[in-house]
Write a protein that binds this ligand. Sequence first.
Ligand SMILES: *Cc1c(COP(=O)(O)O)cnc(C)c1O
Length: 798
Amino acid sequence: MSNYFTDEYTFLSEFKSRLERRYIIELKDASIRQKYHVLGEMVSEVIAKNWLETNLELHDIDHKEVYYFSMEFLMGRLITNNIMNLGLRDTIEKAFAMEDLDLNAIEHYESDAGLGNGGLGRLAACFLDSIASMGYPGFGNGIRYRYGLFEQKIEDGYQVEKPDDWLKEGYVWEVRKEEEAVLIPFGGYVSFEDGNAVYYPDEQIHAVPYDVPVVGNHNGMVTSLRLWNAEPTDKRPPHLNAFEYDTEIRRISGFLYPDDATREGKVLRIKQQYFFSAAGVQNIVRKHMAKYNDLSTLPDKIVIQINDTHPSLVIAELMRLLVDDYHIDWEQAWTITTNTCAYTNHTILAEALEKWPVDIFEPVLPRIYQIIEEINRRFCKGLLDSNYPQETVTKLAIIADGVVKMAHLAIVGSFSVNGVAALHTDILKNIEMRDFNTLYPEKFNNKTNGITHRRWLLHSNPELSAILDMVSDNWVYDPMELQKLVKKATTKKYRALIKKMKLAKKKALAERIYDEQGIELDPSSIFDIQVKRLHEYKRQLMNALHIMYVYNKLKSDADFKANYVPHSFIFGAKAASGYYFAKKVIKLINTIAHKVNQDPDTNELLKVVFVENYNVTYAESIMPACDLSEQISTASKEASGTGNMKFMMNGAITIGTLDGANVEIAELVGEDNIVLFGLTSDEVNSRYENGGYQPLDVYHNHVDLRLVIDQLTNGFFEDVDKEEFREISDRLLQQDHYFVLEDFESYRQAHERANELYKDEEAWFKASIINIAKSGYFSSDRTIRQYAEEIWNIEPLK
Ligand SMILES: *Cc1c(COP(=O)(O)O)cnc(C)c1O
């Protein structure tokens, strides 16, 4: 295979010639789309060579590898990453400069692979990047959704969801591997013949893999993300015609559920989960048998990381294959399975812990259900034999009260159970999963999340990268080197450099916002940003109420106004399509924005923007442009957060609660370099234990807050019906499960401290530099090394 990237002339001549051959067009007349496709193809060919070499090497050597099973991979755009990691950027840019072409514009043509909702899916994407870049043998396993996370429009202040038709022009990076398709059975019945279970499914579905390359950074390594596509077979159930059958099947890989905390469409969701879990496991077992012809060695060669409970059916499917197809006795099969699987917990929100009603689950997966029953029977018997009281056994059972508890299956069937930040793991061990931790103390461990500094710093913030190059020549390979910046925090020179970088990134974001939404932001104002999924526990509502408070003060209190540094409050968030309350909060933020942005009394000092369609690519320009990062979840609710890390790495200062990884950020940077407020996790939990609190007391005792709450329903917002926000005010006053009112005063004071800190330019940029310097810990390279060494027991290739 030829490499056309040796120099700009070779590249350009091939680029032109391909446009002519493929699109019958000359470069000067070619569209962005045509140029994008030709460039993508040429880059893919370079990848292909490394990819084949990586695969051949992995095939030949004896080694252990990890499979990261996740229902979501929020990959974003690949073109920039691929060009950067292969070191092709220089050549392309030089060539394009000769023809006056803009590489950025061409890159922007690629749509995000939005196969995820938020943090959980983005974590999986960052992990793949670290795995490949550090040379670990590891693969992703997921679903090739025909439609990813919806595209968000804002119309009249409301969220409107448009389908994300990301595959409409094909996807240059993927490779269909039809030869490796597997069959996935559903429905039907099981009969016992000569003591063996024989499963007669109603229907079989083809799972066809599409491999997406994961390109390591300058190391020649290319691993794969395998995404399974559901396709029909000849075995069609009699009650459906061919068209109905085809439609039905394709729904299984049809769309991503637009929610990461609740669920709907139970049967389809169970089918999706089993579909990609079973396909992945079959693929692994087949490969392992071809190479080693002995399944007892599976745990020595393979580890499956289960990302949240969505893929926990791998445990039952592996048992099914070992026991039914390979006739391995139950005990040995169980040893193999539990030594192969490891589980990551992502949430303690009760509504997000998956439980499937037996009457729905069993008919869809009859054999899998039997296997889970048997796992449960043996597990409960073991507990009773060790004299655990019946009450505890019922509490820990995998099947109880007519539901299958996926988290319990995952814990019982795995050798490792990890939380995603120190505080989260503590809560798991001591509160949520306390009994399991007593039972299996050796299983529980922490792996604090991370983010790939290559995408979130090197690629999205070249200006900052250039400054870091002055301090270390190896920070890209060893992000802990960023610590060297600590001693620069006291130098005027570096503070000035960081200030300049920040201003440039804020200008760039302001321009994008102006172009897309027509709202003008002052780049010298504080960019105070909260971008993340919209959820009550994340408390965008508290932020919105505080902005209303600020607006009221600016209108009524001259001292306050004189002291106030201009602020631009920026929000970005998608709300799950069925999450009514979250959508109301979006409407509220937009209503506030509409009112305050137009008020000439205040709009030099206060602007509010809700950016449309927040996604990975948008995040790449938002993170570097932030001064103050809003990480304000109710303590104990945010397992880790990763947005907090992206902001920190780009020099933002966090205003936040002691929740998730904020706790570790605070420990690293010290109290002077973060703005903390609010109830602690222990305080929150003790309030829950004592029956909550009285939001009405807060309302009556806090004059300024009372005014804000009243304004929700007293006609203050002229453009909307007085009742528009009634539910918001009712929920705050009646239950306020997330302590918005309780934490408000402390949050208000925190904002005042941030305002004062910003005025002290020296202190502010010193804090900013310390944040960047300490952010190396949050590189996903560190996280992946810990998984590799402490859970997976795998080693990088040479
Ligand atoms: C990082 C990221 C998230 C996660 O943000 P949190 O603040 O940790 O919830 C969500 N969505 C996108 C697009 C991201 O890049």
